[in-house]
Write a protein that binds this ligand. Structure first.
Ligand code: ACO
Length: 325
């Protein structure tokens, strides 16, 4: 039986030039490199220049993904940009990326699921392609989280960074088995009852401001490992594969301890988990596609590999995608 699949044809990533080390942060707030590394695994993060917008980061990542896929912008049917930090309240930053790429057809829109944004966008793009509505899409996660951090708050400002990652997702054919290339399963969840644990304290309709990130870190941590392990198991059960068959886990890069805790809970060898949190920190919606791009470019992720992508973020939102490259 032939089934329509959506296949990752190329990946791209972009990090702003400026690197902020833990030592530099320790000069601004009451923290230390030792505390940050021990509690999070983070050693540094990239921070966008003043005139560098989320759409600029997204554009760089999208261009790199197009090159990797051997495609031109004119061959793209649409752009899904996952971001919590758009250039403006509207229009969607995706439309600026569309214009900058020189695209005059197709659609472009932003999608907001905070740190899970890329997983939600990938699931959405997969559905658009499998339904036959689209042939080829750009799926991007891009953030300038540095703009919504309270740089006086040591409990949040040490955790985040800026960046962008992108994939070109295109239609392919499979046999309807786990050996197929493409997105094999996608599972999404939200629980709005937990909104207070991780949010901004402002927004267009409430305060008329952007707001700053506020988080009860210990509570978020507690939910993260459980929710992520559960949703990962759901995708594996959908496809009928075991954890032993996963070549690489590409997790949202929030905290090294969450990565290790989740892998341990599922009995996955930590050596099979792609880790970039030490260099990128938490880049929210950008973290999964950035980590994927790093691992594709350094040769760890190879064609045919089975990948488990997962993320959790504010809302709460969480999800996972099982993908064969
Ligand atoms: N430097 C030094 N001390 C600090 C800092 C800091 N940057 N931040 C907090 N502390 C202090 C606290 O004030 C507290 O002091 P106290 O005991 O005197 O009150 C102490 O360190 C311990 O604080 P906890 O919050 O209990 O520390 P914890 O071990 O939970 O680590 C952390 C905090 C790193 C935020 C952790 O809870 C975490 O990673 N949570 C997950 C949150 C997350 O990653 N969110 C991102 C989005 S959601 C997601 O992606 C999953």
């Amino acid at each position: 039986m032939s089934v329509r699949r959506s296949v990752i044809a190329g990946t791209g990533g972009y990090l702003p030039e400026r690197v902020v080390t833990n030592e530099e942060l320790a000069r601004r707030v009451d923290t230390s490199d030792e505390w940050i590394v021990a509690r999070t695994g983070i050693r540094q993060r990239h921070v966008a220049a003043k005139d560098e917008l989320t759409s600029d980061l997204a554009l760089h990542a999208a261009e790199a993904a197009l090159v990797a896929a051997g495609r031109r912008a004119g061959e793209i049917d649409g752009i899904l940009l996952a971001t919590t930090t758009p250039d403006l309240t509207f229009p969607a930053s995706a439309t600026r990326v569309q214009a900058e790429l020189g695209m005059t057809r197709g659609f472009a829109f932003d999608l907001q699921a905070v740190c899970s944004g890329f997983i939600f966008a990938l699931a959405q793009a997969d559905a658009l392609i499998r339904s036959g509505m689209s042939e080829r899409l750009l799926v991007i996660g891009a953030e300038t989280f540095s703009r919504i951090l309270d740089w006086e708050d040591r409990t949040t400002c040490v955790l985040f960074g800026d960046g962008a990652g992108a994939v070109v997702l295109e239609a392919g054919e499979g046999a309807g088995t786990p050996a197929d290339r493409g997105v094999l399963s996608a599972r999404l969840h939200s629980d709005g009852r937990q909104a207070e644990l991780l949010k901004t304290d402002g927004g267009p309709s409430s305060t008329g401001t952007v707001g700053k990130v506020r988080m009860l870190g210990r509570e978020v941590f507690r939910h993260a490992v459980t929710n992520l392990a559960t949703v990962m198991e759901e995708t594996l059960a959908d496809v009928g594969v075991s954890t032993d068959e996963i070549d690489w886990v590409i997790p949202h890069q929030a905290n090294r301890r969450i990565l290790d805790g989740t892998a341990r809970k599922l009995g996955i060898d930590p050596g099979r988990v792609i880790v970039t949190v030490d260099r990128h920190a938490n880049t929210s919606a950008a973290s999964v596609p950035l980590a994927l791009d790093v691992a594709v470019r350094d040769g760890r992720v190879a064609p045919g590999n089975l990948l488990l992508l997962e993320a959790m973020g504010g809302g709460f939102t969480w999800g996972a995608c099982l993908v064969r490259m």
